[in-house]
Design a protein around this ligand. Structure first.
Ligand SMILES: Cc1cc2nc3c(=O)[nH]c(=O)nc-3n(C[C@H](O)[C@H](O)[C@H](O)COP(=O)(O)OP(=O)(O)OC[C@H]3O[C@@H](n4cnc5c(N)ncnc54)[C@H](O)[C@@H]3O)c2cc1C
Length: 531
């Protein structure tokens, strides 16, 4: 049976939860949100260390892999993506970062009017409830809780001391006037629990708003088009293919891999490529799936004797038992860890206008996205390149909607990215070699004896992969390669917007959850203003 709503939102991730939550503030609008995964409120999601049960597995996770990457010695990369209400914000590392002012000013310079930093700052603030900062840079009273970490981990002080010893600047707020510096991250948590986009924007209203319908386990296969207008979707739910109709709009928020996949399966994409697969072309839009960008990342891994780091050991288990009690009674301690507790932004050359590398200092020895476990304890430090030149793409594998798309981030496709990573590697090593952190290290698993540029390039190609920020595959713009216009409407199609990380025209210099939420907050205003 057909059902009709004003809006149908496809995908209940960071973008989709904001859309459904905000649009249903108006009781006159009916919204149905379709999410392929589950309800997003299990303890694996709520307890911050639960990420360890999800990121390396298929629990709440699509766990995609990439096509072989020539720049990574032919290896396939791993691409975890959230598959539950909250989407990737339900499995991510909770680091609250907005990016650099210049990222958004660049979007505006590309012709995206209304997207300069000054234009987007109010939307970051609108979404935010910052427990710590109340000033011109931060918001109070928004749905997205942003908090200081509650781990009380003494390793923070050692990290900051190492930064001083290495001669790097320190920062107490990466989201204020200056991004550059090293410090302790703020996290999207409330009272020591993960605050996913679903917990912030959607779950509090379930059963409370009669105009909000949410279907979980609902896999959208195609958009339904009539005379150049999207009028609904075909969704597989409870073993049946159903049709849901949208009186006003379908909002595609299936993320950087699956939004372009759904468009292409519906005949919207590069005409030549679609015809090769036997798909009837509804609208030739050559940019769909192109312009995929992601932060290439390398992880230094050290073993350590410190029980302030996570690990597998008898004394570590005893500590975890105590930490569990602490979490139950106080919502503090190690179980509130986002793992990537410290980090920051540095420039490989002082004359750069903005930092070009980001660190995530992790209080566990994380190899291969935590898919390879070690006995004993340890720590890691990610370093990623913030402005990679390489661009990749998302293509259809075949016409079966249930099959994952082909994902090609094209890491190190531009050789300059590898050279920039060599510089980033050296700066990170300097931090880890500083006495305050060197004292924590028992052994260096990956990079002991790696000294020459040639050796560094080799180790980068052997181990580099994503730090989980794919964007850009349905890019916003006004040029022929753009998929959506600056109000996020799909070019040449009526009744359809894309609202998720895929619309970013260029990758921002930082983590991508808060920016995606900001994008959706802006999209809601476009709809309210009739734009
Ligand atoms: C492991 C990991 C760590 C990260 N760490 C951080 C961090 O610390 N800080 C940060 O800011 N960012 C982080 N990110 C990135 C950030 O979480 C994402 O950029 C952001 O959540 C993307 O939002 P989105 O709305 O574009 O997509 P998503 O949040 O991924 O949402 C897409 C949703 O659509 C659903 N969906 C897909 N296809 C269909 C379909 N056909 N039918 C129905 N539903 C469908 C999915 O199940 C999913 O729920 C991390 C990401 C990962 C994976």
């Amino acid at each position: 049976m057909d059902q009709e709503f004003d809006f149908v939102v496809v995908g209940g991730g960071s973008g989709g939860c904001v859309m459904a939550g905000r649009l249903t503030e108006d009781p006159a609008l009916s919204v149905c949100l379709l999410e392929a995964g589950g309800s997003g409120d299990s303890w694996a999601v709520k307890m911050p260390v639960g990420a360890l049960s999800m990121v390396p597995t298929k629990l709440n996770n699509w766990a995609f892999e990439t096509v072989p990457q020539a720049g990574l010695d032919g290896r396939r990369g791993y691409q975890p993506r959230g598959r539950t209400l909250g989407g990737s914000s339900a499995i991510n590392a909770m680091v609250y970062i907005r990016g650099h002012r210049s990222d958004y000013d660049h979007w505006a310079q590309l012709g995206n009017n209304g997207w300069s930093f000054d234009d987007v700052l109010p939307y970051f603030k609108k979404s935010e409830h910052n427990e710590q900062f109340d000033n011109v840079w931060h918001g109070q009273g928004g749905p997205l809780w942003v908090s200081d970490l509650r781990t009380d981990n003494p390793i923070h002080q050692h990290y900051l001391e190492a930064a001083r010893q290495a001669g790097y600047p320190l920062s107490t707020d990466f989201n204020a006037e200056h991004q550059e510096g090293l410090g302790v991250y703020q996290v999207t948590q409330k009272n020591g629990e993960r605050w996913s986009a679903a917990r912030a924007y959607l779950l509090p209203h379930l059963g409370q708003r009669s105009n909000l319908s949410v279907l979980t386990g609902a896999y959208t296969e195609r958009l339904i088009l009539e005379q150049g207008r999207v009028v609904g979707v075909e969704v597989r739910h409870g073993g049946q293919l159903r049709t849901l109709r949208a009186r006003r709009e379908v909002i595609l928020s299936a993320g950087a891999f699956q939004s372009p996949q759904i468009l292409m399966l519906s005949g919207i994409g590069d005409g030549t490529e679609l015809r090769k697969l036997g798909i009837q072309v509804q609208h030739h839009l050559p940019g769909v799936g192109k312009n995929l960008q992601d932060h290439p990342d390398f992880v230094f891994c050290h073993k350590s004797d410190s029980l302030d780091t996570f690990g597998i050991s008898a004394s570590g288990s005893l500590r975890m038992f105590k930490e569990l009690q602490r979490f139950r009674h106080e919502r503090r301690g190690m179980l509130t860890s986002n793992f990537a507790e410290c980090g920051g932004f540095l420039k490989t050359r002082p004359e750069l206008p903005a930092p070009d590398l980001q660190l995530h200092f992790v209080i566990a020895c994380v190899e291969n996205h935590a898919r390879k476990l070690h006995l004993g304890h340890g720590f890691s430090c990610h370093v990623c390149l913030l402005c990679p030149r390489s661009k990749g793409e998302v293509r259809l594998r075949n016409t079966n909607p249930q099959d994952a798309p082909l994902i090609d981030p094209n890491f190190f496709g531009d050789p300059q990215d590898l050279e920039d990573m060599v510089a980033a590697f050296k700066m990170t090593r300097k931090l880890l070699d500083a006495p305050a952190l060197a004292a924590y290290s028992k052994s260096d698993i990956r990079t002991a004896g790696v000294e020459s540029d040639e050796q560094i390039r080799a180790v980068l190609k052997t181990y580099a992969d994503t730090v989980y920020h794919p964007v850009g595959s349905c890019k916003m713009g006004t040029d022929p390669a753009a998929v959506v216009d600056p109000t996020l409407k799909v070019h040449g199609i009526q009744g359809l917007r894309v609202v998720d990380a895929s619309i970013m025209p260029t990758l921002i210099g930082g983590n991508t959850n808060a920016p995606t939420i900001m994008i959706a907050e802006k999209a809601v205003d476009f709809i309210r203003q009739g734009r």
